[in-house]
Design a binder for this molecule. Structure first.
Ligand SMILES: Nc1ncnc2c1ncn2[C@@H]1O[C@H](COP(=O)(O)OP(=O)(O)O)[C@@H](O)[C@H]1O
Ligand SMILES: [Mg+2]
Length: 349
């Protein structure tokens, strides 16, 4: 079985009166700014090709207006594409009938919204139960399932509250519980945590990561926040003006930015706290020095490497086997900020 959950190919979206005509200008290389100025059409997405792996967190990141919401809304066809294909678990989303699409949204792809999207006149329990009731579950059963999910997101005891009585963070926990209760494999999260204060946001990220360890959902997570993307993403795709400019392993994006725009984006991150030693190690035999786990970040191994007489350390895997080594100068190099012309200063493979 393929481990790709969602496959997006050659996707274009143009907003305006004659999208079919305008898409040709874009294919011929016209910029988003020119398309708007000369033809009064908005370039939403340009030739998006993304494979979303099953059971991972795939982050789509970009500044406001870069096309993130437009992209995620194609996955459950809240938006019709101008061109291209979207496949979810082998099914062509664009060929689904109205009924099939309704089933798909109810059972397979749940959405969590930035502004929570809760019913203000329903209690917390009723909000979570709602998704189940429309699936055909009885109200009693739905309420008991809701209770289980509310407990999981730390809202035990708040069943009978109304959304307005809860803080933003708590309301978003309700949104998350509601999405999880439907048992959908795919969670579409559009800036779900962006409206929250930093500490609450970090809490929500922890809750999501904790749940994900157990539930292994296929999560498409949209954010404009690089720290958030790096914290939770198994992979990251970066959008600019409707185009993916780099996608892949977060470590690769930091160590080998392919574009000046990405270099700008990543320039203020704490590299020592994010880059893992496995990303810059030299594969090979053991050396005379201390040992560190491959997933340790540079900052954590630095004191030990500095203190060792040869300024070199071993890198180990989960079994404790030595799989490579790392030198002090390589750590220093990786911590130094990259430039796009000069990104060969690491040996990221
Ligand atoms: N319904 C629409 N009509 C016209 N333009 C739109 C519409 N929806 C989005 N856009 C434009 O498409 C681009 C991408 O928007 P959006 O996907 O909302 O970006 P993001 O979610 O990254 O902030 C923007 O230029 C936006 O103005
Ligand atoms: Mg958006």
């Amino acid at each position: 079985m393929s481990d790709i959950a969602i496959s997006i190919k050659g996707l274009y979206k143009i907003f305006g009166k004659h999208p079919e005509k305008a898409v040709q200008y874009v294919k011929d290389g016209m910029s988003k700014a020119d398309l708007l100025e000369k033809h009064n059409h908005v370039l939403g997405l340009k030739n998006i090709n993304i494979d979303i792996p099953a059971h991972k967190i795939s982050v789509i990141m970009g500044l406001s207006g870069s096309g993130k919401s437009t992209l995620i809304r194609h996955i459950n066809r809240l938006i019709e594409p101008t061109k291209g294909s979207i496949n979810a678990y082998g099914e062509d989303v664009l060929l689904m009938s109205k009924d099939e699409l309704r089933e798909f949204r109810r059972h397979k792809a749940s959405m969590v919204f930035q502004k929570f999207g809760l019913h203000v006149h329903k209690t917390v329990a009723e909000n979570v139960a709602y998704g189940l009731v429309i699936q055909g579950t009885s109200l009693d059963q739905a309420k008991s399932d809701s209770h289980k999910w509310l407990e999981r997101v730390g809202l035990d005891g708040f069943e009978d509250y109304y959304p307005a009585q809860l803080s933003g963070g708590m309301q978003q926990r309700v949104g998350l519980a509601r999405a999880l209760a439907t048992d959908a494999d795919i969670l579409l999260m559009d800036e779900a945590f962006s409206a929250l204060d930093p500490l609450i946001k970090a809490d929500m990220q922890d809750i999501l990561l904790g749940l994900q360890k157990e539930l292994n959902k296929t999560i498409v997570f949209i954010t404009h926040d690089l720290d958030e993307a790096l914290r939770i993403g198994d992979s990251i795709a970066i959008l600019r003006d409707g185009e993916v400019i780099q996608q892949g392993d977060p470590q690769a994006i930091i160590l080998k930015p392919e574009d000046d725009y990405i270099v700008d984006f990543i320039q203020d991150i704490n590299r020592g706290r994010i880059i893992r030693i496995k990303s810059i190690m030299n594969k090979g035999n053991s050396v005379d020095g201390p040992s560190f786990h491959q997933n340790d970040v540079l900052e954590d191994v630095l004191p030990g490497v500095v203190a060792s007489s040869n300024h070199i350390a071993n890198v180990t895997n989960d079994n404790g086997d030595i799989i490579g080594s790392i030198e002090l100068k390589e750590i220093a190099n990786a911590i130094a900020k990259p430039a796009v012309e000069n990104n060969t200063n690491t040996n990221y493979k």
